[in-house]
Design a protein. Structure first.
Length: 341
């Protein structure tokens, strides 16, 4: 082999080795970037405009961002078609959140010596339009499909539905008129066909029908929980069945999904998700076998979304609402979602 040929072979080998080394370095950098992303709590997030209007370019999810970093607890938006894609984050922070019809409800604690807590109504651009003081720790929030009504629940004693020593207060606001029902405990109750009054009545977990009048919720009294149907105009609630908590009404108004306590499960994790056909009364357990302490959100007419504990506080999981299929992790480091569009 001539000196020139040996030199060409040597140069070729050097270039090949350099390419291999470069590829290895890039792969190592990519792995470190993935680790950094995991440590940060989720996909990349950048400040931008978050809107509650139905998007023209496909459905979006707005949620409380749970990723560690400067945007933790801020409302964020991501494409429903790519839930693990880049997040757009706002400057609005909420402990609990929900939105529909271009209206949002944000339960938040203001930093300060008294840590004042408020329910803040948001318009489509996340600007506050009304604020009401909260009597306790935020736990549930829901907006009616039209955006007209907003409901929220706070703990005023205790801090967990799993325990027995807690009290709640649930309020409903008409965002158009400003009329506030400060507590559903003021409504007339019909239990098992008879008028009912008791000092230990608690309500939580409101979900609205499309007529902006009918709602469903949980009533607790005498150590038992009941699914109730309510009438805002008549200021009444009627029990439908026992052992159902945090109902969520399907988009077509025909089914409810709620959490139900099952005997033999740990006291701190007693619930399983069930669906109720409102026409037939048939109840179906969903395929999620873990305990879900959340009020589910319907992603469409067939699927529900709910929070389970995650590395950074909570992740969102989905499961079919008819008892079939397998649960799937949909969105990491996220809580309190709302589907727009």
């Amino acid at each position: 082999m001539t000196p020139r040929a040996r030199l060409l072979v040597l140069l070729t080998a050097v270039l090949v080795l350099a390419g291999i080394a470069g590829t290895a370095v890039q792969r190592a950098a990519d792995r470190e970037a993935e680790k950094d992303r995991a440590r940060a709590g989720g996909p990349p997030a950048a400040p931008g405009e978050v809107s509650l209007e139905a998007p023209a370019g496909g459905r979006r999810i707005v949620f409380r961002n749970m990723a560690w970093g400067p945007h933790r607890d801020a409302l964020a938006s991501v494409s429903a078609a790519d839930p693990n894609g880049p997040r757009t984050v706002s400057g609005v922070r909420c402990a609990r959140f929900h939105a529909a019809g271009g209206t949002g409800i944000c339960l938040r604690t203001a930093a300060g010596p008294l840590d004042a807590q408020h329910a803040v109504v948001l318009d489509a651009r996340l600007a506050p339009t009304a604020s009401h003081p909260l009597a306790g720790i935020p736990t549930r929030a829901r907006v009616s499909p039209s955006g007209r009504l907003a409901a929220w629940t706070v703990f005023v004693g205790g801090d967990s539905y799993a325990g027995t020593d807690f009290s709640t207060r649930t309020s409903v606001l008409d965002t158009r008129t400003g009329r506030l029902e400060a507590s559903l405990e003021d409504f007339a109750i019909t239990r098992d066909g008879h008028p009912y009054r008791a000092a230990d009545v608690n309500f939580w977990g409101v979900t609205f029908a499309a007529d902006d009048r009918t709602f469903y919720a949980t009533l607790r009294t005498a150590g038992r929980t009941h699914l109730v149907r309510g009438d805002l105009a008549a200021r009444t609630v009627t029990t439908l069945r026992e052992n159902a908590e945090c109902p969520s009404l399907s988009p077509d108004g025909t089914r409810l999904v709620y959490k139900k306590r099952l005997p033999g499960l740990p006291a701190e994790a007693p619930w399983r998700l069930h669906a109720l056909d409102l026409r037939t009364g048939a109840e179906t357990p969903l395929a999620e076998t873990r305990s879900v302490d959340d009020q589910v959100v319907w992603t469409d007419r067939d699927t529900v979304l709910y929070a389970l504990p995650g590395d950074f506080g909570a992740d969102l999981h989905s499961v079919p609402a008819d008892g079939s299929g397998t649960p799937a992790r949909l969105l990491g480091s996220a809580l309190a979602p709302a589907y727009l569009g």
